[in-house]
Design a binder for this molecule. Sequence first.
Ligand code: ZN
Length: 146
Amino acid sequence: MSEATYKDWHRTLRRFKLSAEHYPCGWCGDSAARWVYLHNRPDIERGAGQFVYAEDTSAYAPLCNRCAGTFRAARTRLSRDELAKAVPALALAAHEGISDYTRAEVIAETARRRETAPGFNSVETAKPFADAVRATDALLRQAYGA
Ligand SMILES: [Zn+2]
């Protein structure tokens, strides 16, 4: 796998979820800067070294540069199992470093950015998701007779 396929995948990721700047950091709640692969899908992992990726949008978190650096350092130091166990404590420590006030501001600001992002509520993204939710809901209601 090449750097090109890694970059292609990240372009696809941004097309479906926008760039990470449209979200709060998944760990601390400050403004996110990049999508970070959490190294939690070895079954579909591709690439090598710094260009490892997995073609599953849910395997990525929007992280700020500080938290991305913390994650990268932990990933370099720990085995995959150790990393999975270490992440909750690292995320909690990062969370405690940011005030509730800042987090609330970032939540509001990033929500505005998503709402105004061109094409984000396009047929490609929002509509199929909403249709899937409605279809699932209908099936559940049918199954449980509600
Ligand atoms: Zn962060």
